[in-house]
Design a protein around this ligand. Structure first.
Ligand code: ZN
Length: 253
């Protein structure tokens, strides 16, 4: 039997059993596989990993693990505290786009509500999710870590929270998106972009009360759904303001 010593850093420990967290532990093995396969066998999806050091040297995922190797595994640095560096820009440089697995319908609505390009359908197969993520450069969000172990998926994130609102906060924090929030620009139903529309153009589709009390309307360019700033809008606004307050708090020293 050969042996390697593994140590996982920061939130990668979320994937390990308690007795293996935050410490170096021994991992016996028979056949030398790639360091990627061994990390995933220990429970950590490769999409969560940004840096692997073997005996102090940076290696890529294909590195074959040898007897006696000491292996340190670090998470994607987006989640480490680089906020002072990132925040010199008014907005993130990258366009962050998502595709969500079939269990995350509520999170999809919340992400669209704050303006993020979010693909979601409740009938996407795992294969399809992986293909969309890879082909369109979308970050795959899921609570299913097996999905993130697919080799096609290079950008994915395993959600820790189970409550959809907490998941939204988690995603916005993780990818540092507080400054990219642009509410009420996307259709909550289909992810299409909204554009302003004249009241008279949609008037015949409105209920009498809506026609009476509201003058500003938007329409989805893709599915034609009409939006206005009713009571639902006020509630969403309050929700988004509270979310932004959390961003203020998290960027304090
Ligand atoms: Zn739409």
């Amino acid at each position: 039997m050969k042996h390697a010593a593994f140590r996982f850093y920061a939130e990668l420990n979320d994937f390990l059993p308690p007795d293996r967290r935050m410490i170096s532990f021994d991992h016996p093995f028979l056949l030398s596989g790639s360091v990627k396969d061994m990390i995933e066998a220990l429970g950590v999806p490769h999409t969560e990993v940004d840096l692997v050091l073997v005996n102090g040297e940076s290696v890529d995922f294909s590195h074959p693990v040898q007897d006696g190797d000491r292996i340190s595994v670090y998470p994607v640095f987006e989640s480490l505290d680089i906020t002072p560096l990132v925040h010199v820009r008014p907005r993130p440089l990258r366009q962050t786009r998502f595709v969500l697995d079939t269990h995350l319908g509520k999170l999809a609505v919340y992400l669209r509500m704050v303006g993020f390009d979010t693909l979601y359908r409740n009938d996407y197969a795992d294969e399809t999710l992986a293909r969309i993520s890879s082909g369109e450069g979308r970050i795959l969000l899921t609570r299913d870590r097996e999905l993130l172990k697919r080799s096609m998926v290079t950008h994915g994130y395993w959600l820790r929270a189970t409550d959809p609102r907490q998941q939204l906060v988690e995603v916005v924090r993780r990818f540092d998106l507080f400054r990219a929030i642009a509410p009420f620009q996307r259709c909550l139903r289909c992810n299409g972009l909204l554009e302003p529309v004249a009241k008279k153009a949609v008037s015949d589709r409105l209920k009498p009360k809506t026609r009476q009390y509201y003058d500003e309307f938007s329409i989805c360019k893709t599915c034609d759904r009409v939006y206005w700033k009713g009571s639902h809008y006020q509630r969403m606004q309050g929700f988004i303001e509270r979310l932004l307050e959390q961003g203020e708090v998290s960027s304090l020293p």
